[in-house]
Design a protein around this ligand. Structure first.
Ligand SMILES: [Zn+2]
Length: 104
């Protein structure tokens, strides 16, 4: 009897858990999309830097993704953003160089 109750409970948990995970994954995807719309860095990749022209990405204290000229002493957002290419790497918005990333 007790064994039946436990196995029945396990079946219910197994049936419920994937739906909850699916809902959480869906919510996480939505939140990441909204964060990107707000220029917030979602930390799902490394920060980029262009070895060709020196444009660097950084994140402000408020979590906003910015780019700035690494050659200059002051950090001022250029307003430019690296764009993701079909091959999974990125293009520099200033000089169009291919920026290779190492993804985890
Ligand atoms: Zn560049």
């Amino acid at each position: 009897m007790l064994g039946d109750a436990i196995s029945c409970q396990n079946i219910l948990m197994e049936d419920r858990t994937p739906a909850e995970l699916h809902a959480l994954a869906h919510k996480l995807t939505e939140l990441r999309g909204k964060a990107r719309e707000l220029d917030l860095f979602t930390d799902d990749r490394e920060l980029l830097s262009c070895v060709s022209c020196g444009l660097l990405e950084d994140v402000t204290v408020g979590g906003v993704l910015i780019t700035y000229d690494g050659e200059r002493s002051e950090v001022v957002d250029s307003g430019l953003r690296f764009s993701e290419r079909q091959d999974g790497h990125f293009s520099c918005p200033r000089c169009s160089a291919r920026v290779v990333t190492t993804r985890g």
